[in-house]
Design a protein around this ligand. Structure first.
Ligand code: ZN
Length: 113
């Protein structure tokens, strides 16, 4: 735990919430950086307050382990999203083709009259 008094934790219901000294509620985020992988932190963009909630991992071995976990997770998460976007794109292209040919048909039939 950090000993700095910039961010304060308050127990609300059964959840600990964090607040900046400017009274803004701070969202707990998890770092995925190589230097501090897996460490939770809170930050206030207004005051540039940045505080870690967890202690450092005991060794570089653990850091690499956790960092590797995030790297793999990132790769897995992006895969299905890219597939979904590609599918969406091909659907839209198909729709565009149909709409275009309908418009052309309509124009042709109008011109024929
Ligand atoms: Zn603040």
């Amino acid at each position: 735990m950090s000993t700095s008094s910039s961010a304060q934790s308050r127990l609300i219901g059964d959840k600990i919430e964090f607040f900046c000294h400017c009274n803004r509620q701070l969202r707990v985020q998890t770092s995925t950086s190589r230097a501090n992988p897996g460490k939770r932190y809170v930050k206030c963009d207004t005051c540039r307050v940045y505080e870690f909630l967890d202690d450092d991992l005991p060794s570089q071995y653990y850091k690499d382990l956790v960092y590797g976990f995030f790297q793999r997770q990132r790769g897995r998460d992006n895969g299905p999203m890219i597939e979904a976007l590609a599918l969406e794109k091909s659907k839209l292209e198909e729709e565009l083709k149909v709409t275009k040919s309908r418009l052309e048909d309509e124009l042709n039939s109008r011109n024929a009259k």
